[in-house]
Design a protein around this ligand. Sequence first.
Ligand code: CMP
Length: 151
Amino acid sequence: MERTFVLLKPDAIQRGLVGRIVERFDRRGYRILAMKMLVPSRDQAEQHYAVHREKFFFSELVDHLTSGPVVALVLEAPDAIVSIRNLLGATRPSEATGGTIRGDFGQTPMRNLVHAADSVESYEHEHSVYFVESEIMDYQRPIDHWVFEPE
Ligand code: CMP
């Protein structure tokens, strides 16, 4: 089992897509271990995207992330990191395949609705920007024995 960090960005909330996006995670069987709505501080946004600090879009990205509420999640499943990123689709919505979240709903690279960690190290860093460990639930569901059956 693997955990990943996902963030629904302000454009997802503004466009009324929270339910439709979270439903995709839910119906695929990911275990939701934490889910929180908040308005990120500049410090949180800058920490989250620290690897992009030198990019030309960094300050616009921080402005966007702090412009309104976001929804932060911790999800768990086998290979959660790669499978969630496949479900999101390419960063640039114009390059995202239909059927992916960004392919179906994304508009521009800046407003691509949702972020997900790209490695275990990113998960460790990013989830700690938004959650304390006591906010992350640990529980089992009766369906887990077949949802997460080994391939
Ligand atoms: P995300 O997966 O959250 O990771 C970094 C974000 O930078 C990315 O999604 C985009 O929303 C944002 N971004 C803005 N402009 C660009 C760009 N030109 N190329 C890539 N990412 C961009």
